[in-house]
Design a binder for this molecule. Structure first.
Ligand code: PEP
Ligand code: MG
Length: 593
């Protein structure tokens, strides 16, 4: 094969738009640590380097112990004690030195071996106590590794302009840093509603997943790569003609987007005058101006867990108050601000800063055997209640500055709602006693994103102040198909599935019965194929990435409510996802967006 000829690769379309540029392999962390066979004369010096890393790790832990004695959660003192003991244990001292001498390998490679060995054991052991001990060993080893090999992870904030970023996988902490310098993402794994994908769409970065990125290494030379995020196509070394065609297409798409942006101030309403509210989903307070410029009626979802990424720890109460207050003031009293409690876990993994208390407390989040079914969101917050209390106190303190609502993620049944309400009542009393003003009433809503809460929607609609349907997760859990990382099952992940439609009908009916507002904040709310269907089913409040608001308005303004209802009625008759998809494609004229 002439390795400079044009090659077309087909993958999963994740984020629309066209990117044209040079490929850039995105280096990951621990995988890139080199294994070096040492010169026998260098071994003692390497052991000395290892001892120094051990000493520095002990000093870290001692400092943290001091800190946590004053204001850390009580359990952490015990964890830190265990870590200090481990750092003095022969397993970490003489045992590791022996391994370096015997293998002749560099210390970081040896520590990495230990980590992967224990990771394996962690997966095979079911006993909670032993799992905790293994996690401690992994955390301690990572701390030592951090001193041996300070990992300079490549940062997407500083890639050359128009880079076509190639990676095995992307996690939200990577994509959240990406700027417009990134021309496109191409990954081997990933799914359409993974959080990395959500961020790519929110930033307008084209993205194609399920491409064998190893292929790129086989080319002698790559003069350009084209990524067509709408079609799921990646073209390597395009011919002159192909390049020209895509340059024209890209220009056209940009013009289209600008035209639609100009219409962002128009009302969200159907041809026959039915009002629809379109809110924005945000990952950070800095996007508020952008959301308002795009015609947002308020903020329907703040993914507060994104506050952890830049800090590599949980934000403090005061930091949270400052952020929530700033957002509320910017929105004013008329526009709601729905603050979702930290939805950590699942594919929102966190590696904490080894210098933070959270590192010793959790090590990392989302590294469970089955993170999507694990200790995620409100389950995590109820398990580590000091985090829930801190966040609720911060929201209460900010509550007098705007129309703030609280949203609980991953609700399973009414117990979580009761728990949050009772903590809120207690914390409000405490704050008032301290002389702090808090709003008289804060509305508390439940996310419907697991089957149990969908089936209990009547009870939840009765008890909660509002509901918010998270279709990204609801689809994953109802259809038992990973939203994130499995190219073998991604075709099962179908938001336009007959079962999802029926559940939505049920949830909407419950909200209407108890006259409670209902938002739809999953990615389906910005899918032009699904918007008319959602409208017809009865959704009147949509919450989408700010960038998608003009598109959603544009689609809604083309429909009559009666036609949308008729479409929904017909769609509800289907029992096969494929047939339903075909029906929708035929019925909804291609909007060429
Ligand atoms: C959802 O699940 O649809 C949702 C909006 O939450 P997230 O995407 O943050 O999990
Ligand atoms: Mg969710």
């Amino acid at each position: 094969m002439e390795k400079t000829e044009e090659i077309v690769l087909r993958g999963l379309p994740v984020s629309r738009g066209i990117g044209i540029g040079q490929p850039l392999f995105f280096a990951l962390g621990e995988e890139d640590i080199p294994e070096v066979h040492l010169d026998p004369l260098a071994i003692e010096a390497e052991i000395e380097r290892y001892r120094l890393a051990l000493r520095m790790s002990r000093e870290d832990v001692e400092k943290l112990q001091q800190l946590s004695l004053n204001d850390g959660p009580p359990e952490i003192v015990n964890i830190l004690g265990t870590h200090l003991e481990m750092l003095q244990d022969p397993l970490m001292t003489s045992g590791m030195e022996e391994k370096i001498r015997k293998s002749g390998k560099n210390p970081e490679a040896i520590v990495l071996d230990v980590i992967s060995e224990y990771k394996k054991r962690f997966r095979s052991i079911k006993d909670g106590y032993f799992q905790e001990r293994i996690r401690d060993i992994i955390d301690v080893s990572r701390r030592v590794l951090g001193h041996l090999f300070p990992m300079k992870r490549m940062r997407l904030a500083s890639v050359p302009p128009n880079s076509i970023v190639l990676a095995h996988d992307l996690v939200p902490s990577d994509t959240v840093e990406a700027t417009m310098q990134v021309g496109a993402f191409v990954t081997a794994s990933g799914g359409i509603t993974s959080h990395a994908a959500i961020i790519a769409r929110a930033k307008g970065i084209p993205y194609v997943a399920h491409i064998d990125i190893k292929l790129f290494k086989r080319f002698d030379q790559i003069h350009a790569v084209i990524v067509d995020g709408s079609q799921g196509i990646v073209i390597v070394n395009p011919e002159e003609e192909t390049l020209k065609k895509y340059q024209v297409l890209k220009k056209g798409q940009l013009q289209n987007f600008r035209l639609m942006q100009n219409a962002a101030h128009l009302k969200g309403e159907t041809i026959d005058g039915y009002r629809v509210r379109i809110f924005a989903n945000l990952e950070g307070s800095e996007q508020i101006g952008f959301a308002l410029r795009h015609g947002s009626a308020g903020i329907g979802l703040v993914r507060t867990e994104y506050l952890l990424f830049p800090r590599k720890r949980f934000p403090t109460e005061d930091e949270q108050v400052a952020i929530y207050k700033k957002m509320a003031l910017r929105l004013g009293p008329q526009r709601p601000l729905v603050i979702r409690l930290f939805d950590v876990g699942g594919d929102k993994k966190f590696e904490f800063d080894p210098g933070s208390i959270d590192f010793n407390y959790f090590g990392a989040i989302g590294h469970e055997p089955n993170p999507a079914l694990g200790c995620r969101a409100i389950r995590f917050l109820m398990r580590f209640s000091h985090l829930l209390d801190t966040q609720l106190r911060a929201i209460l303190r900010a509550s007098i500055h705007g129309d703030i609502h609280i949203l609980i993620p991953m609700v399973s049944d009414i117990y979580e709602l009761r728990h949050v309400r009772s903590r809120l009542a207690k914390l409000s009393r405490d704050l008032r006693r301290e002389g702090v003003k808090v709003a008289r009433k804060i509305r508390v809503g439940c996310m419907i994103e697991v089957p149990s809460s969908a089936l209990l929607c009547d009870e939840l609609a009765k008890a909660a102040d509002f509901l918010s349907v998270g279709t990204n997760d609801l689809v994953q859990y109802v259809l038992a198909a990973d939203r994130w990382n499995n190219d073998l099952t991604s075709h099962f992940y179908t938001p336009a599935h007959p079962s999802i439609l029926r559940l939505l009908r049920m949830i909407i009916a419950s909200a209407n019965r108890f006259k409670k507002p209902l938002l739809l904040c999953g990615e389906s709310a910005s899918d032009p194929l699904l918007i008319p269907l959602l409208l017809g089913l009865g959704i009147r409040d949509f919450s989408v990435a700010a960038r998608a608001i003009p598109l959603v308005k544009h689609v809604i303004r083309k429909w009559r409510i009666l036609d949308a209802c008729q479409l929904a009625e017909q769609a509800l008759e289907y029992s096969c996802a494929e047939d339903l998809k075909r029906f929708l494609q035929e019925r909804i004229a291609s909007l060429d967006l």
